[in-house]
Design a protein around this ligand. Structure first.
Ligand code: HEC
Length: 206
């Protein structure tokens, strides 16, 4: 930088020096202008400050808001639901078979089974009031996916098996059917066999 430009720079400084008053701070001869932040900035600062107090109270002290991880889990479940819906298309032996191979959908279906079915069929489908779903004996049909679908959807009201098609979304019924399909042939010890011994059940699970 030349001496000239340095000089003009210094002039500029003197020209544009703000006329604001000084604060009474002084450090080693350096003075501080009293140059407050613009009003809108200060307003925004206090607005976010007070908002944060409310936010912390709401989410962390009183725990009233929905935590992000819960919202995330709900969104993911909804996405899996949607993918199951698309994948399923029309209900058939093949589409239910395919659904039963979708591990993420089966994890959701297991949760629904735990909520809706375990009181009668046991945690693993081994049977309590309702029959053992893991043995090779079946009351209704030959334990095909479509046989299972029919029982789950329409129930057996006279025997105490509810008609889930009246209570649940069709996709839920399909998911539960596919899930029961994955239990077939596991042969867990549980309720005494009911129905007809099928040679095909054990193979159906494989
Ligand atoms: C209130 C008790 C109860 C609940 C809850 C229940 N079931 Fe059942 N379920 C039964 C009974 C009882 C039978 C046997 C019906 C018969 O004897 O015809 C049965 C039969 C079945 C069968 C046919 C088994 C066969 O051998 O043919 C399937 C499949 C089944 N249930 C699936 C389900 C699923 C899936 C759920 C949950 C969505 C469920 N059940 C909830 C009582 C129940």
């Amino acid at each position: 930088m030349s001496a000239n430009s340095e000089k003009s720079g210094a002039d500029e400084k003197t020209d544009s020096a703000p006329e604001a008053p000084y604060t009474d701070h002084e450090y080693d001869g350096i003075k501080e202008y009293d140059n407050p932040m613009p009003g809108w900035w200060v307003w925004a600062f206090w607005a976010t400050f007070y908002f944060s107090i409310g936010y912390v109270m709401w989410h962390h002290v009183y725990m009233r808001g929905t935590p992000v991880e819960v919202e995330w889990a709900a969104d993911m479940a909804a996405a899996r639901e949607e993918s199951a819906r698309r994948e399923l298309g029309t209900i058939s032996e093949e589409s239910l078979q395919k659904l039963s191979e979708n591990a993420a959908v089966m994890t959701d279906a297991q949760a629904t089974f735990t909520k809706r079915c375990v009181e009668c069929h046991g945690a693993k489908g081994q049977g309590v009031i309702g029959p053992n779903l893991t043995d090779d004996y079946w009351i209704h049909g030959k334990a095909s996916f479509m046989d299972i679908y029919g029982v789950v959807k329409d129930g057996v009201p006279a025997k105490g098996m509810p008609a889930w098609g009246k209570k649940l979304d069709p996709v839920e019924v399909a998911k539960l059917t596919a899930y029961v399909g994955t239990l077939r042939g596991a042969n867990l010890p549980g309720k005494a066999p009911e129905g007809t011994l099928l040679a095909t059940v054990a193979n159906a699970a494989k």
